[in-house]
Write a protein that binds this ligand. Structure first.
Ligand SMILES: *[C@@H]1O[C@H](CO)[C@@H](O)[C@H](O)[C@H]1NC(C)=O
Ligand SMILES: *[C@@H]1O[C@H](CO)[C@@H](O)[C@H](O)[C@H]1NC(C)=O
Ligand SMILES: *[C@@H]1O[C@H](CO)[C@@H](O)[C@H](O)[C@H]1NC(C)=O
Length: 490
C-alpha cells in the first residue's frame, strides 16, 4: 500500500468512528397537530389579528454549497408558510444563494424539500437577493429600507410604517458573535444590533420578532440586545453550544436515500412544523417558544441545544398571527397545551453536516468510481482544514499566553449577560490578522471566534497577533477551505 492510501484509510476509518459518535438513533417525531386532531375545538378567537399594520418578513439563508442544503430548504419552507398565512409576496424579502435546486448533486432537479416526506418548498420563492447579492450590506439596506445602499437584487426592502410588524428569520452556520454569509465578510453581532437600533429609531415598526438558527446563536444577542426596542428574539442555541441539523442521512427520520445531505435544522423545523399546523390566532409566541425549546433540547443530553429568548420578553404573549399570519385551512387546529413535540434523539451537529454529506457520498459511490475519489478528496480536505484551524489556534494561544495558560485563556466563557467581546473592532482586526497568515476561517473556523475575542479581551495588540499567527502558520494551506479568494471574513 502506498503511503497516501494508508493515510486515506486511516483518515476514513477515523471518520467512520467519528460519525458513529455524532449520530444516534431517533424516535419518530410526533407533531402537536397529531394530538390536536383529537382535541379539535370549534372555538376560536380573532383577538390576535387586531393589527392595522402590514406584516413584513425578511428570510435569510446565510450559506451556499450542497452540503448546506438545509439552510436554503428552511428558508424556502418559511416563505411558503408565510404565504399560506396570508403575507403578500411584496412584503417578504428572501435572501438565498440559490445554488441548491439546480445543483448537480440534487436528486430531484428544481425541487427542494425540508422534511423526508415533504413537498417541494422551492416553487414560487422569489429570487430577491441571490448569489453574491446575499451579503451583509444588502441585508442591512433591506432592513433599513435604504434603496440607495442596495447593490443588485430585486430592490425589495422593508418599507414599513409605525404600525407594522416585522419578522426576521435567519438560518445558517455561526460562531460566537458572528453569523455566516455565503459572501465575505460575515455578519457580526454588534453591526446587526446597531442596524436594529437604527430601525427602531426610524420609528418604522410596532414590534419585531427575530428567529435565529445558528451555532452559538445566543451570543448574537447575549448582553447586546437591550430591552425597549420592541424586539423579541429567540435563538436555536445559547452562546456557547452548537445548533443541530436534522433529517440527516443515517438518522431514523432520514431523508430519502438518494439525498446525501441534511434536509433541515432542528430549531427551524420545530417552529415551522408547529406553525404549519395550527391556527396561529390561538398560539402565542411564548407557547411556540416552549414547544420549540422542548423539541430542540433533544432527548439525550449529548444532543440538542438550549433555545433562548432575548429582548422584550413581554412581547411573547402576542399571538403568532401578528407576524406569520395564519393558514385558513388550520382554523380548527387551535393550540392545545397537551401537545408535546417529541424531541429526536438523533440529530447532527451543524458543524459536522458537511462531513456527513461527503461521507455519505463516499459510502454510496460505486467502488473505483470518479465520484468515490471525489468524495474521498472532499472528506480529506475538510478534515485537514479542521486540523489546521484547531492546531493553529492551539499554537497561537500558547505563543501568546504560555503552554498551560494558552488553552485556558482561549476557551474562557464570560458570565451570562456579558457580551463576547468589549472591542468589536479589535475582534475584526485580529480575524484579518489571523487570516492573512493562516488562511480563511471558513464555516468551520468561526467556531474559534471566542478565542479571538478572548485574545482581544486580554489586551493583545494586533502586532502581537500577527507575530503569533505568522509563527503558527508558516504558509497558508493549499486546500480550498483555506483560500482567501473571497476576501477576509471580517
Ligand atoms: C443610505 O445609504 C447611503 C449609501 O450607503 C448612505 O449614504 C445614506 O446615508 C443612507 N441613508 C440613510 C437614511 O441611512
Ligand atoms: C446518549 O447517547 C450516547 C451516545 O450514543 C449513549 O451512549 C447514551 O446511552 C445515550 N443516553 C441516553 C439517556 O439515551
Ligand atoms: C372548522 O369547523 C367548522 C365547524 O365544524 C366548519 O364549518 C369549518 O368548515 C371548519 N373549517 C375548516 C377549514 O375545516
Amino acid at each position: 500500500m502506498s503511503r497516501v492510501s494508508v493515510t486515506v484509510t486511516v483518515a476514513v476509518s477515523f471518520l467512520a468512528l467519528f460519525i458513529s459518535l455524532v449520530t444516534v438513533s431517533c424516535d419518530v417525531i410526533k407533531l402537536p397537530s397529531q394530538a390536536s386532531k383529537f382535541f379539535r375545538t370549534t372555538k376560536h378567537n380573532d383577538d390576535g389579528d387586531s393589527s392595522a399594520g402590514t406584516k413584513w418578513a425578511v428570510l435569510v439563508a446565510g450559506s451556499s454549497g450542497y452540503w448546506n442544503y438545509r439552510h436554503q430548504a428552511d428558508v424556502c419552507h418559511a416563505y411558503q408558510l408565510l404565504r399560506k398565512g396570508g403575507l403578500k409576496e411584496e412584503n417578504i424579502i428572501v435572501f438565498m444563494y440559490d445554488d441548491i435546486a439546480k445543483n448537480k448533486e440534487n436528486p430531484r432537479p428544481g425541487i427542494i424539500i425540508n422534511s423526508p416526506n415533504g413537498n417541494d418548498v422551492y416553487n414560487g420563492v422569489p429570487k430577491d437577493y441571490t448569489g453574491d447579492d446575499v451579503n451583509v450590506d444588502n441585508l442591512f439596506a433591506v432592513i433599513l429600507a435604504n434603496k440607495t445602499a442596495l447593490k443588485g437584487g430585486s430592490g425589495k426592502v422593508v418599507d414599513s410604517g409605525p404600525d407594522d410588524h416585522i419578522f426576521i428569520y435567519y438560518s445558517d452556520h455561526g460562531g460566537p458573535g458572528v453569523l455566516g454569509m455565503p459572501t465575505s465578510p460575515h455578519l457580526y453581532a454588534n453591526d446587526l444590533i446597531d442596524i436594529l437600533k437604527k430601525k427602531h429609531a426610524s420609528g418604522t415598526y410596532k414590534s419585531l420578532v427575530f428567529y435565529l438558527e445558528a451555532c452559538e446563536s445566543g451570543s448574537i444577542f447575549e448582553g447586546l440586545l437591550p430591552e425597549g426596542l420592541n424586539i423579541y428574539a429567540t435563538t436555536a442555541s445559547n452562546a456557547e453550544e452548537s445548533s443541530w441539523g436534522t433529517y440527516c442521512p443515517g438518522d431514523d427520520s432520514s431523508p430519502p436515500k438518494e439525498y446525501e445531505t441534511c434536509l433541515g435544522d432542528l430549531y427551524s423545523v420545530s417552529w415551522m412544523e408547529d406553525s404549519d399546523q395550527h391556527n396561529l390566532q390561538t398560539e402565542s409566541l411564548h407557547q411556540q417558544y416552549e414547544l420549540v425549546k422542548k423539541r430542540t433540547a433533544g432527548s439525550n443530553t449529548s444532543y440538542g441545544s438550549h433555545v433562548m429568548e432575548f429582548g422584550d420578553i413581554g412581547l411573547s404573549k402576542e399571538m403568532l398571527v401578528l407576524y406569520m399570519g395564519t393558514n385558513p385551512d388550520n382554523e380548527n387546529y387551535t393550540f392545545v397545551d397537551k401537545n408535546s413535540l417529541r424531541p429526536p434523539s438523533r440529530v447532527t451537529n451543524q458543524r459536522d453536516a458537511d462531513l456527513v454529506h461527503f461521507w455519505d457520498k463516499y459510502q454510496k459511490a460505486p467502488e473505483g468510481s470518479a465520484r468515490k475519489a471525489e468524495a474521498q478528496k472532499q472528506v480529506l480536505e475538510a478534515m485537514s482544514h479542521r486540523l489546521h484551524i484547531d492546531n493553529s489556534f492551539l499554537m497561537i494561544g500558547k505563543l501568546l499566553f504560555g503552554i498551560s495558560e494558552g488553552p485556558l485563556v482561549l476557551n474562557k466563557v464570560r458570565p451570562s449577560g456579558k457580551p463576547l467581546v468589549d472591542d468589536w473592532d479589535c475582534l475584526k482586526t485580529l480575524v484579518r490578522a489571523y487570516e492573512r497568515h493562516c488562511g480563511s476561517l471558513s464555516q468551520y473556523g468561526i467556531k474559534h471566534m471566542r478565542s479571538i475575542a478572548n485574545i482581544c479581551n486580554a489586551g493583545i495588540q494586533v502586532e502581537q497577533m500577527e507575530e503569533a499567527a505568522m509563527q503558527a502558520c508558516p504558509t497558508i494551506p493549499a486546500g480550498p477551505w483555506s483560500s482567501l479568494h473571497r476576501g477576509f471574513s471580517a
